[in-house]
Design a protein around this ligand. Sequence first.
Ligand SMILES: [Zn+2]
Length: 590
Amino acid sequence: MIIRQFIQKVCFTSSFTVRTSSLTTSKSGLMAFALLALASIGSASVALPALAQADTPSTLAISDSDLDLYRTHVSTLASDKFEGRGPLSAGETLTVNYLVEAYKALGLKPAFGDSYTQPVPLAKITPSSDMALTLGQHTFAGGSAFTARTQRIVKDITLKNSDVIFVGYGINAPEYNWNDYAGLDVKGKTVVMLVNDPGFASKDPDLFQGNAMTYYGRWTYKYEEAARQGAEAVFIVHETMPAGYGWGVVENSNSNTKFTLVDNNKNLSQVGVMGWLHLNTARTVFEQAGLDYAALKEQASTPGFKPIPMKVKASLTFSNTITHAQSLNVAAILPGASAADEWVMLHAHWDHLGKSEKNGKTVIYNGAVDNASGVAGVLTLANNLVAQSEQTPFERTLMFSAFTAEETGLLGADHFAKNPPIPTANMVAFLNIDGMNVNNAVDYILQYGEGYSSLEDDLSATAAAQGRSVKLDPRPQNGLFFRSDHFALARQGVPSLLFMSLGDTDPNFIANRYHKADDDYLPSWTLGGVQQDLALIGTMMSNLANGQQWPVWKRDSDFKKKRLIDRPEAPAAGLVETAAETAESEAPKQ
Ligand SMILES: [Zn+2]
């Protein structure tokens, strides 16, 4: 049950104490309740009815009752009852119903015509578990030595005596003057490649983007490009440092059931085999082929690298169990007063890993931080902003969304972005929360990627109004900008921003709880980080919804190209782009 919150607009000083405030209530009848609640906060520094100082940037306030509401949402969504919110499970039904009821209770309108939900057609593919890969004279066991799966909607995958070619990083990037496939015909062949990109490998800041991963470094890109080149099978050589995760993650993520979207051609334009090789497997095969893996790896990050036919053949057979089902995206809108067709969007993926059986016991992956914390944040801000709009309606429409199947490859977001309820040209901005800081407040906010869009400037300004600074993602090599739902919208040109504090303030989180059964809700969470981050995000939403600006992409990229097709009139003025910036641009293929 949602209880409308009263809100207060306040100014933050650098120490986050309330200096002055003006109080509005969601309903005048709630005034008495609001005053009572305010008194119970016991903040002596709150003066009524004072006005915010005009010369001090104000940020939205997140009250203690907002945090109570947040705690209810996050603890419910992360409870065992919701079974880890696996797509197509009983947990999905509970989660989707919970969200729809919450939106309805707030008086929000459906985002998809007369529906709060958008069907997302998924195929569920489980490859046979006993596969073996023959490379030259050696045969390797699936799971420990390699992984292979497909997204093609076919029963059997057969690779027989396929030529194997080492293609370096498997990158075709005209803007970096780099093509690992130059002059090469890989039709029907098997390509072996390295993970990440030459910039990371060489640590050369002038190569790609140095240590920061570009989209060319992501495995998703590598499979996409190999398919465009006509390759039949891809094997990426796993190394922990450049991948950003150990072999266990590769094995877990690729050996079990995976979901995929299905195109009109049963995904046949994708590669037949999406594979990974354990480093030891790769070394064995290179050695057998008379090749020096370490030396070739070195060469592969040097301009002018030429692909190497490996003089071994690859054979592999596996079968797939495929079922089709529909999952659901959920979204609701608060229509704007004067520009209802311009949408400002706030989002968090609702899905997590569900549950599984291990040694006869049921293990539930509750995903409390990832991403019950984000969904609770969206619901809490929706409540807060609806109350605010009852005093002064927003000019533009606000959308609040939760998509499915993020964990299996941004599938719900991808489907939404390609089948949007309004043209992508009308989407002002897409803010995505994936994992909140449930612990104490901090004096910074993390930014993922640098120089992408003007939303980064809005982020700095709003953080500064809170006395906080922007800190760049400390692990740029992991390419997190490409790994959450906003990226699907960015690829359709919509300026987008990721809020992910997941694990940043808790050194044990990534090691012990991230994507593990221990990502649980704890009553001891202080929610100081949630309070400051929701204030920041709500302020950005509010400013975008009452402003007339259209955030723009900065560096040249395929995001920017798509946006300029959508909105050719989008102002380039004020954006001074140097030739150097253009040259170092990062353009994901397609
Ligand atoms: Zn997540």
